[in-house]
Design a protein around this ligand. Sequence first.
Ligand code: PXG
Length: 289
Amino acid sequence: MKIYLNGKFVNKQDAKVSVFDHGFLYGDGAFEGIRSYDGLVFRLKEHIDRLYESMHTLLIAPHMTRAQMAKAVVDTLKVNKLKNGYIRLIVSRGDGDLGLDPRKCFGHPNVIIITDKITLYPAQFYQKGMEIITVATTKNYVNALDAELKSLNYLNNILAKIEAANAGYIEAIMLDGNGYVAECTGDNIFIIKNETLSTPMLGRLKGITREAILDIAKEFKIKTEEGFISRHQVYNSNECFLTGTAAELIPVVKVDGRSIGAGKPGPLTLKLLKAFKDLTKKDGVRYAV
Ligand code: PXG
């Protein structure tokens, strides 16, 4: 496996950065998780744009244009002869001293691209649906760590994931500071009620998969809503599902012990899942290996 490290391809065992990198010391950096499907990088432009927005907020300049960054992603897939892969694109602040001050870093962020495979959830969950819970760790949003900023600092989500795991669950809902549903630890959430598809407007990452599902719904003339969603509304929805680059679209059939709809993946969820799979065959940047 070859890893892209600051413009060079190196072997996995040589892909190392300094312990003084503020990405390691402080979680100071940004990242993207991207998928390629049969030689097509799904919505690469959208991922690159989101990364550059995160870096803009963090005041990290990667010394690479968006086009160069996109090319580096594709080149890494090509070097690894990977037609189907999960791509982790990381830009960390780079080396500094032991203090927080990012101005003392040398102004050379580390750009790293890892291409591998990923399986988040067992296959049976896609057929039977998943059971999730709500955890007490709330979503840090709009203030210091805006949920839309995809930073290397994932502790908010990891603390929630630990709570879920302690309770015996693989994924969990996080609420915002006002008690509305924000998102899950690594996925966005959707509900369907009376043929309307709804997803939280604030307090969540603007997932690339989320946006793709909203696009598909609009194409199908399904009514969509981005707003405030309560747990009561989730419990009493007809269908529920989660979205993410690694997870794609996964049905949810029970939340906090309450059955959702008929307790099995719903018809609209399955229709959207199929349409999403179709979209991954055509929406993105094509490359040959
Ligand atoms: N919300 C959060 C908090 C995420 O981390 C998503 C939504 C979905 O966004 P995309 O753009 O992928 O549709 C994510 C991304 C993991 C893992 O191991 C999950 C993500 C990223 C990295 C690792 O669970 N999900």
